[in-house]
Write a protein that binds this ligand. Structure first.
Ligand code: GLV
Ligand code: MG
Length: 333
């Protein structure tokens, strides 16, 4: 995994590299606001997405396309994944959003986010358009990734096909505000449970998206929490997604960034433990360690499945820039 401070893996020969970008905190930045486009560059979010969709009024969209091109080309986005959210295919804006932004700043862009995705064809249409622009402009074909937002029942029902639709796909993103509206959920507070239902009303949706994402080695990202002054509420909702296995969450305000980075990073103790398991497993399966398939690490039995779980935690810790505070010592022969 890359660390948040390392350069973005744009242009990497590894096709899976984009899926491993750190995305603990994904900062929404309205493309129509030069002030926010400037300010976002200095904030410690893993990803920024410069928005042309719901944060931009219809009459401001054309101006925002050019402000975004300018910000991508002239700004300093070092260490951040750079994403632009275009409008969805049911509007009349999508093609021009993509053409203006990618022709104008394609070499300074990592991904295009497509909102309100309803079926795999919509992702493939974006993939084709990106390919034509990359060829025309002489850019590396296939380097720009796609993030697909699931925001209604139809998108969720088709999420397996959507997740399999293009090698450009890097993440599946849950859009709770539009989703709640689309299914008539009885709550106006995004992320909060609707009154009258005791269980977690989001569990099925979050798990459905997560299963589709993991089936195709994609990241799963949780959407926004709109009560921007309620950082504890944000932590709680983010913690729910992190506990299930999600990789990150949108942040709408600088005050949510540290909380997201923390919630989606492993605790130091868990990170140290994961690295120890990996070292111990390497040792015990080696010639010197007796080529064992399972072994003891302290009081704990470890095997290939433990190694897989440890790889996840260690990978997240490395991506978060954590450093080990313990080291493995091979037992005396
Ligand atoms: C995000 O786009 C949402 O609808 O929650
Ligand atoms: Mg939305």
């Amino acid at each position: 995994m890359t660390s948040p401070s390392s350069p973005s893996p744009a242009g990497s020969p590894d096709p899976a590299a984009g899926r491993l970008r750190p995305r603990r905190s994904c900062l929404a930045v309205p493309g129509s606001s030069p002030r926010f486009l400037e300010k976002a560059q200095g904030l410690p979010a893993d990803q920024v997405f410069l928005d042309l969709e719901d944060a931009v009024a219809p009459l401001a969209k054309e101006g925002a396309r050019h402000s975004i091109v300018d910000a991508l080309n002239k700004g300093d986005w070092t260490g951040k994944t750079r994403v632009v959210r275009v409008n969805d295919w049911t509007t009349s804006w999508t093609y021009r959003d993509v053409i203006t932004v990618v022709e104008g700043a394609g070499q300074n862009l990592d991904c295009v986010m497509l909102p309100k995705v309803q079926d795999a064809e919509q992702v493939r249409a974006l993939d084709l358009l990106l390919t034509q622009i990359e060829r025309t402009m002489g850019f590396e074909v296939g380097r720009i990734g796609i993030e697909a937002q699931i925001e209604n029942a139809r998108g969720l029902v088709n999420v397996d096909d959507i997740a399999a639709s293009s090698p450009r796909l890097e993440t599946i993103v849950f859009g709770p505000a539009d989703f709640m509206a689309s299914i008539n959920m009885k709550s106006l507070v995004v992320g909060k449970q609707p009154p009258g239902y005791d269980a977690d009303a989001y569990h099925y949706i979050l798990m459905r998206i997560l299963m589709a994402a993991r089936t195709h080695d994609l990241q799963a990202i949780d959407g926004p929490y709109l009560q921007i002054r309620d950082v504890e509420g944000f932590r709680e909702v983010a913690g729910r997604a992190a506990a299930l296995g999600y990789d990150g969450k949108w942040v709408l305000h600088p005050g949510q960034i540290d909380a997201a980075n923390e919630v989606f990073s492993p605790a130091q103790e868990d990170y140290d433990h994961a690295e120890l398991i990996l070292d111990a497993y390497d040792f015990h399966t080696s010639e010197a360690g007796g080529k064992k398939g399972s072994a003891m690490l302290g009081d704990e039995m470890i095997d290939e499945a433990s190694r897989k779980m440890a790889l996840v935690v260690a990978g997240k810790g490395r991506a978060a820039g954590l450093r080990r505070t313990t080291s493995f010592e091979a037992p005396e022969a």
